[in-house]
Design a protein around this ligand. Structure first.
Ligand SMILES: [Cu+2]
Length: 427
């Protein structure tokens, strides 16, 4: 169901259009935007030097250093004293222009020179809401946004009875050594899963709670030997935000990309999601190829132990209409944006192609480099999933789970794709 062109899309579009009108247009003004957290860390460092905030949004600033600093924006005549460990709220003026950029810094002599300086970009409330919706979906109290079913060579699916809600992502993994199929006649799905491969299927949002849906393997003989299962459709939950895009006259059903952005609690001790929102807000002014990426994706930035930082961007991909070399060129723009601060050594194509793709990726590319001043190794991995129509790009500076450089970004991608990092389930 995650392919862009599927039969039920007209139906989806009707629901989705209605859904979209309400939160993103009508109630924008009344919606309380979540506060943004900004910390002063030891060593003249802001926790983020690249903030995005909407008019009316509050920034909670905490000085976690022992000495006094300030939060100063000359353009808006702001100069707030920051005593140690005493959080201060600052609200973005409601009349500032969306798209404008101001500098924030600490006005204590020497602070700015030491590195306490950053950029604040004013974005629209919609942009912030994209991140809000994302947080809502990944709350641990919500029903699972993603479930896993294994196809086994003993002609069973494990588990064979699964409760799912409309919108839930089902991950079917072939852990055996022979090919299997995942077939759902009611949804006109028939996917072949090669050994070691994974297929993602989304429960259509119009599926009626309380019903049951049968699935089976259509490889000759397998169904007869017991390779069948049942999906029990539970009450709505997964509320997947399919949205339509009509800018170029073509109507598209959006793929839900939120399950690919890890919940911070799943990343391990010390990790915080700094911000999330549209891919545009994370990539800045990247000149993305509209033919390759038909609409905006989602992105998130995290900071972790010892100054580690990771960025994940998920972009929908026009897999059918675009030649391969254009896809590669477009992905390289994204990779280049995420590693722009590094002195990058792109691994020669022959070399990186000889490295196995992270688990779950059908195509992967890597970039590695060194951050000049901080001397943290950095790496970028992009991962194209088959049957989903998205590319996930992850960059890691510093360490993630004991690894650094390309090993870390590979590892992060693998954990995302195999579902280890989804839904705040820990681990
Ligand atoms: Cu089978």
């Amino acid at each position: 169901m995650l392919r862009i062109s599927r039969a039920p899309r007209l139906f989806l579009i009707a629901i989705i259009t209605a859904w979209m009108m309400i939160p993103l247009n009508a109630s924008t003004q009344e919606t309380t935007l979540p506060p943004i957290t900004l910390d002063v860390l030891e060593g003249y460092v802001w926790s983020s030097t690249d903030l995005s905030a909407a008019p009316g949004q509050t920034i909670t600033i905490t000085n976690r250093d022992v000495s006094r600093h300030t939060f100063t924006i000359d353009a808006w005549s702001v100069d707030i004293s920051l005593a140690s460990l005493q959080p201060v709220d600052y609200t973005i003026p409601s009349d500032v222009a969306v798209g404008s950029t101001v500098e924030f810094y600490s006005s204590i002599p020497g602070d700015r020179e030491g590195g306490l300086v950053g950029t604040l970009t004013v974005v629209s409330p919609e942009d912030i809401l994209a991140g809000l919706l994302l947080n809502t979906t990944l709350q641990p109290t919500q029903p699972q946004a993603r479930v896993r079913i294994e196809a086994l060579d003993d002609f069973t699916f494990q588990p064979a009875i699964v409760s799912v809600a409309p919108g839930t992502l089902i991950e079917i993994v072939n852990t055996g050594v022979i090919s299997h199929h995942f077939v759902v006649d009611d949804w006109k799905i028939n996917q072949t899963i090669a050994p070691g491969d994974m297929v993602l299927v989304r429960v259509p949002s119009e599926t009626q709670p309380g019903t049951t849906i049968n699935f089976y393997c259509s490889v000759p003989g397998h169904e007869q030997q017991g390779m069948v299962g049942v999906l029990r459709i539970s009450q709505g939950s997964g509320e997947i935000a399919n949205v339509v895009q009509t800018g170029d006259g073509l109507t598209q059903v959006r793929i839900d990309m939120r399950p690919f952005l890890p919940d911070e609690s799943a990343l391990g001790t010390g990790w915080t999601r700094l911000r999330s929102g549209s891919s545009d807000s994370v990539l800045g002014s990247a000149d993305l190829n509209a033919q390759v990426f038909p609409y905006s994706g989602l992105g998130a930035i995290y900071v972790g132990p010892n100054g580690a930082r990771m960025t994940v961007v998920v972009l929908p991909l026009y897999t059918d209409a675009v030649p391969n070399n254009q896809v590669t060129a477009a992905v390289q723009i994204v990779q280049g944006t995420l590693s722009a601060d590094w002195s990058v050594d792109r691994i020669a194509s022959a070399a990186y192609k000889s490295i196995a793709a992270p688990d779950g990726c059908t195509v992967s590319e890597r970039v590695s480099g060194i951050v000049p001043t901080v001397t943290l190794p950095g790496g970028v991995t992009s991962c194209q999933l088959s049957g989903v129509g998205v590319i996930i790009v992850a960059s890691v500076e510093g360490e993630y789970d004991g690894e650094s450089g390309v090993d870390a970004s590979d590892h992060l991608i693998e954990d995302i794709v195999t579902g280890k990092l989804v839904g705040g389930e820990g681990g």
